[in-house]
Design a protein around this ligand. Structure first.
Ligand code: SF4
Ligand code: SF4
Length: 208
């Protein structure tokens, strides 16, 4: 009986090691063979979409720009934005569900300059740091990469290049995932307890 148990244990351990080997090899492959592109500063990603941000992004922007939170974000109804009900972005207000997005000025992000640079570059939101990449992880802790691709949600004119700082990108994506989860948890809790609050109440609830 003891021998059978030990055999089973060794078999399971070997299987686990094999799977780990496979996952590590795939990750090493992906880290070399992902699409490598460099932003051409066409400005489309700062102009076309509504850009949802988190409480952490907002905190960094407030600190860097000195502007009050209410001048940086607005609350966008679902008629203006195509995010599914499960995205975790929808905040329940008396007037209906809305998502917190960056304000625009003349149809472009309020921070985009005339030459398509970012006036808040050092404090730009995580989603701006990782676009146009889309990275999936094997696990919730973002320990193992399972896919690196280009996000096809809008017309991006990034040009092919020979190398990017992949470790920096992965660090930014992990941070983005972590902060998104925290923000979505805050929204979930708000939606359960304060659906009759207004947008100023929500900003105060997330610390502004
Ligand atoms: S914050 Fe900067 S990078 Fe992000 S959308 Fe606005 S201008 Fe573009
Ligand atoms: S759409 Fe692509 S190429 Fe254009 S500014 Fe954004 S990341 Fe750069």
């Amino acid at each position: 009986m003891v021998t059978l148990f030990l055999d089973l244990l060794i078999l399971l351990l070997s299987l686990y090691l094999l799977i780990r080997l496979f996952i590590n090899a795939r990750e090493a492959f992906l880290k070399k063979r992902y699409p490598k592109v460099q932003c051409s500063r066409c400005g489309n990603c700062c102009r076309i979409p509504e850009i949802p941000i988190t409480h952490k992004d907002l905190g960094r922007l407030v600190k860097a720009t000195g502007k009050p939170a209410g001048q940086i974000v607005r609350f966008c109804p679902d008629s203006e934005m195509e995010f599914d009900a499960e995205s975790g972005l929808w905040i329940a207000f008396k007037s209906g569900k809305k998502a917190m997005v960056l304000r625009k000025k003349s149809e472009r992000c309020m921070f985009q300059t005339n030459d398509c640079a970012c006036a808040a570059y050092e404090a730009r939101p995580q989603t701006c740091r990782t676009f146009p990449y889309s990275v999936e992880f094997e696990d919730v802790k973002c320990l193992t990469v399972c896919d690196i691709s280009l996000n096809g949600v809008l017309d991006c004119n990034a040009a092919k290049c020979s190398k990017i700082d992949i470790d920096k990108l992965l660090t930014e994506v992990c941070k983005e995932n972590r902060e998104d989860k925290e923000y979505h948890r805050l929204i979930k809790s708000w939606n359960k307890s304060s659906p009759s609050g207004n947008t100023a109440d929500f900003l105060s609830y997330i610390g502004f």
